[in-house]
Design a protein around this ligand. Structure first.
Ligand SMILES: *[C@@H]1O[C@H](CO)[C@@H](O)[C@H](O)[C@H]1NC(C)=O
Ligand SMILES: *[C@@H]1O[C@H](CO)[C@@H](O)[C@H](O)[C@H]1NC(C)=O
Length: 347
């Protein structure tokens, strides 16, 4: 499934980041191999930044309507509980933490019920509806990246109490930083709000997002990051939500084009930046993985890819698009719903 592909892709990209090439081409993940590789590289933890693709519930604690803490979210999660994940089950990063042998789930930094000890090996600062562009988070009152990084600094202070100054420094140095976002910069922001459209052509906006990414990575590096995995954006024009709204049975180019372009530019800039900053980096091409799965469904053991079949965010959105009554009652509460309603009105 696309969902598991995303998790597999992250684990694969992580292996590449750590200097391995095993199985990279076929995307088969061997837990033993990844754990040995992580141990050999002294990998300490996974620190996650981004949007709903990796937010385990930070938004539950924010004054935003963009929360995923009610059913049907979480229906396939442990005990069927909604957690704030915009998913029926776990997120790709949860599987990554499990593959590394850390925990079954990545805790949300803002969750008041997690103890500092629970955050030693994995923590997410991500916030659903956020993006590279600070304006994207501002539109829904969620955490922009600079705020996520501010929480990283709080985290480091807490870890010092547990691990001491030197231990914490070592831990950050050996952590794998993960960034996963970009979707909302287009779906919630550029294609919906007039502000950026007036300022930028879509290509200029892509370039703007890349400058934001560079700024964020430099800040992470300043804080102590030495390993970074950036996950690209999916083919937005192939998302069931977008196809539904655009009344299209095929992928919508207008949305795929900037997504593809952003991925290419992020990948290239990341490579240059990593060399400049002496960072180890990898780019997770989720776009390529999904397009491949859509074009070769049999290869991955499933035959229906045009419906939201695939766990994570995409599926959640499809459920709510189809569940008309839900849409009406709770429209503004869902990720992507501003997009749908606004679109419908302007048609
Ligand atoms: C891992 O830690 C050991 C002991 O501190 C050190 O000798 C080694 O160089 C480290 N390896 C890497 C890849 O950082
Ligand atoms: C969003 O931007 C407005 C205008 O610049 C500012 O007043 C407001 O504080 C921002 N909100 C957040 C949550 O950053």
């Amino acid at each position: 499934m696309v969902f598991m592909r995303a998790a597999g892709l992250m684990i694969m990209s992580m292996a590449i980041l750590l200097g391995s090439t095993f199985g990279a081409a076929i995307g088969i993940v061997n837990v033993g191999q990844i754990r040995r590789l992580a141990a050999k590289n002294n990998v300490s933890s996974v620190l996650v930044f981004g949007d709903s693709s990796v937010d385990p519930g930070n938004n539950n604690h924010l004054a935003t309507t963009f929360k995923g803490n009610f059913p049907p979210y979480g229906k396939d999660f442990f005990r069927g509980q909604p957690t704030g994940r915009f998913s029926n089950g776990r997120l790709p990063t949860d599987f990554v933490a499990e593959a590394l042998g850390y925990s079954e789930v990545v805790p949300a930094f803002l969750d008041p019920n997690v103890k500092p000890e629970d955050l030693l090996r994995a923590v997410s600062f991500a916030s659903a509806a956020s993006g590279y562009d600070d304006l994207t988070a501002n539109l829904t009152n969620v955490l922009p990246v600079w705020k996520q990084l501010e929480y990283l600094k709080h985290y480091i202070m807490r870890m010092r109490r547990l691990e001491g100054e030197r231990g914490t420094k070592e831990m950050i140095k050996n952590a794998i930083f993960v960034i996963s976002m970009g979707t909302n910069d287009f779906l919630q922001n550029y294609f919906l709000e007039p502000k950026r459209q007036k300022q930028f052509t879509v290509q200029q906006y892509v370039d703007y997002l890349v400058t934001c990414m560079i700024r964020d990575v430099k800040e992470m590096h300043r804080i102590g990051a030495t390993r970074l995995l950036v996950v690209g954006v999916p083919p937005l024009g192939c998302m069931p939500l977008v196809k539904t709204v655009m009344d299209s049975t095929v992928c919508v180019d207008k949305y795929n084009m900037p997504a593809h372009s952003l991925n290419t530019k992020i990948k290239n800039s990341l490579a240059t930046l990593a060399e400049e900053l002496k960072l180890k980096s990898a780019f997770g091409d989720v776009y390529g993985a999904i397009v491949d799965a859509v074009n070769n469904p049999k290869k991955y053991g499933f035959t229906e890819t045009s419906k939201g079949c695939c766990g994570t965010v995409h599926m959640s959105m499809e459920i709510h698009v189809k569940g008309k009554s839900l849409v009406r009652i709770q429209a503004s509460m869902y990720f992507g719903m501003r997009f749908i309603l606004r679109r419908r009105c302007t048609k």
